[in-house]
Design a protein. Structure first.
Length: 303
């Protein structure tokens, strides 16, 4: 059956509408894809600019330097024992690290350069490390105190390190004076007290001369470092030549002294078979007697 003219026109219109809708959908999809590509490209461009900017910032040293939070701010040593004061600076860039002694505000170092007449100060630094360590050689009591690690930012940044120089003390048991019978053994024990680190060595002196126990038979020195540093001088058979002053001289402590008297039968009651006896107690009666005699003589002369 043949279609009428109006029906043909309506059919053509429907085809055109469908075609327009299809074209509109395709255009929308294409625009969406183009927009997505543009957003991705824009994101990549921004990220690239940000990365380049960060690289330029690092190269230009614009990141603020800061001190490592794990750095210890207290260092303890003993006289003569080299100390190392730590200072670790992150992102230093083109800034400079200086060390300053706080008690007199004396600039010790700037970068690698030393600004001190003393040769005890030195900076330890490697190009591939962030550490700027201050070495203090042979520290003494006067070197104790606060030191400043300073970075040349604006304003300046500082880290304060405290150096403690502890003076240990030595003590010889049984002092200050002991009596020993001839042919008895001399056994002197020296204890190093309040020492944060063991001594490197302990020397014994007899009348200000170092005892070479390796060259003398019957003389022995034993030193133990843990837990408390002790050193023992042992002489097998005491003779009159062994009388005198003995000193215990640790490398990191004040020395201690003791007087040893080797007697040959004198005052046997005070000797107690070679055991230690106080020198002061042995002298008290004689000293009192002398004072009494002198007083009597003075009274006689006045009359």
């Amino acid at each position: 059956m043949a279609q009428t003219w109006p029906n043909v026109i309506m059919s053509e219109r429907k085809k055109r509408i469908c075609l327009c809708m299809t074209l509109g959908t395709l255009i929308t999809v294409l625009l969406t894809n183009v927009e997505g590509v543009g957003v991705q490209q824009l994101t990549r461009t921004r990220h690239l600019h940000k990365t380049r900017s960060l690289k330029r910032t690092i190269l230009d040293g614009d990141i603020e330097p800061y001190f490592d939070s794990g750095t210890s701010t207290n260092v303890t040593t003993t006289p003569g024992k080299t100390a190392y004061l730590p200072c670790r600076v992150r992102h230093l860039g083109d800034r400079t690290v200086s060390w300053i002694r706080r008690k007199d505000l004396h600039v010790l170092t700037v970068g690698r350069f030393i600004y001190s007449s003393s040769d005890k100060f030195q900076v330890i630094h490697r190009d591939d490390r962030d550490d700027w360590m201050l070495q203090v050689k042979y520290p003494q009591r006067d070197d104790a105190g606060q030191y400043e690690c300073q970075v040349s930012t604006v304003p300046k940044k500082s880290l304060f390190i405290t150096l403690n120089v502890i003076v240990s003390k030595a003590e010889i048991l049984g002092g200050p004076t002991i009596y020993i019978n001839t042919d008895s053994a001399i056994n002197l024990t020296c204890i190093i007290q309040e020492s944060p680190v063991p001594p490197d060595y302990v020397f014994w002196y007899h009348n200000n001369q170092v005892i070479n126990y390796e060259a003398h038979k019957g003389v022995e020195v034993k030193t133990q470092m843990n837990p408390t540093a002790t050193s023992t001088l042992w002489i097998e058979k005491a003779q009159s030549s062994n009388s005198g002053n003995y000193s215990c001289f640790p490398s990191n402590a004040d020395p201690a002294e003791i007087a040893v008297h080797v007697l040959n039968g004198e005052n046997p009651a005070a000797m107690q078979h070679g055991k230690h006896t106080s020198y002061a107690k042995g002298l008290l009666p004689t000293k009192s007697l002398l004072i009494g005699i002198l007083t009597a003589l003075l009274l006689t002369q006045q009359r």
